[in-house]
Design a protein around this ligand. Structure first.
Ligand code: SF4
Ligand code: MG
Length: 328
């Protein structure tokens, strides 16, 4: 069953003089209850803007979201109710904690804002500290600067869970951590997902980590979804040329070389006035004449659980797989 259904979400940022950043441009996806949807793509592809729109930290220009079947912002599901059920953890563990509040007060703050009495909120905070692996007797009264990066991120996770959310968006949430700490926090996230029946959207530039934690993966390029499907299917047999390029540029498990710096040839993607047709065509090794003219729709590929937006994958388009002579 779907928990979140995003329908043609669009968010543009006008820059003046007719220039527009098409940060998120008609994005459609579904997140099923209890799953982790990984989101990957180079910086500027719209991952974080998508997350902020899903969180309703910024409103979409167009499109709609359904949460457990109800339209977000409708009389059946107010923004306030939705915001309690959808929480986010960011990369920067310092920036999201108030330096003047103790750890337990930080975690208790959200529930108190929502009307939970202080004593109850503090009890819940201490319980959550224990669940994220921080002994409340030792950590409850500490301040953020007295913690390591990994401990602070555990606090941020506890804080995100304090209102009993159903959906948690993790935006580069483990990216700043050392490899060994990162593995511990990933395992914690997987345990918490089971224990609390959570659903995750996991955004990361690290394709190894996304493979480890995700059930399905969504690949974004210049504000659009280019491929989405079950994680192993997508990693083992990528269909969109951008997914192929991304995965072939994927570094090994070498901890010193885990980011995707300059993964692809051609102009770096620029979401200001992106190319016509398929937005990947200026960099695509398989581009045909049609690719600069017509936008490919997301189409079922492979076993059918997967969608890809590439003219070469559309059956009967006359373009599937074999390049046409005129373009060769
Ligand atoms: Fe490449 Fe054309 Fe497919 Fe776009 S539609 S990914 S340019 S082959
Ligand atoms: Mg980002």
């Amino acid at each position: 069953t779907p928990l979140l259904e995003a329908r043609t979400l669009t968010k543009h940022f006008p820059l003046g003089r007719g220039a527009v950043v098409r940060a998120v441009d008609g994005v459609d996806f579904t997140v099923m209850k209890g799953e982790t949807l990984g989101v990957v793509g180079e910086s500027g592809c719209g991952k974080s803007t998508t997350a902020r729109v899903v969180m309703q930290l910024i409103p979409q220009d167009e499109g709609q979201m359904l949460f457990d079947g109800e339209a977000v912002g409708s009389s059946a599901l107010s923004l306030k109710d939705y915001r309690r059920q959808a929480q986010m953890v960011f990369q920067d563990s310092f920036a999201s904690l108030n330096p003047r509040l103790t750890i337990e007060d930080s975690i208790a703050f959200g529930p108190m804002v929502h009307g939970v009495p202080k004593s109850g909120a503090i009890l819940r905070a201490r319980d959550l500290l224990a669940r994220v692996g921080l002994d409340p007797a030792r950590f409850a009264a500490r301040y953020p600067h007295e913690l390591s990066g990994g401990q602070r991120q555990r606090v941020n996770i506890a804080r995100a869970l304090a209102l009993g959310p159903r959906l948690v968006i993790l935006d580069e949430a483990v990216s700043a951590l050392d490899k060994s700490v990162e593995a511990q926090v990933l395992n914690l996230l997987m345990d918490l997902r089971e224990e609390f029946g959570l659903t995750y959207i996991f955004i990361s530039h690290d394709l190894n980590v996304v493979r480890f934690i995700s059930d399905r993966v969504m690949v974004m390029y210049l504000g659009e979804v280019v491929e989405i499907g079950p994680v192993e299917e997508l990693y083992d047999d990528p269909r969109h040329p951008y997914t192929k390029a991304l995965l072939s540029a994927m570094p090994s498990m070498d901890p010193d070389n885990r980011t995707m710096e300059a993964p692809l040839a051609g102009d770096p993607p620029n979401p200001i006035n992106p190319p016509e047709g398929c937005r990947f065509h200026p960099r695509c090794p398989q581009a045909q004449t049609i690719c600069s003219k017509a936008k490919p729709a997301l189409t079922p590929v492979g076993a059918g659980q997967r969608l890809a937006a590439c003219h070469m994958e559309i059956p009967g388009s006359g373009h599937s797989r074999a390049p046409a002579l005129e373009d060769a």
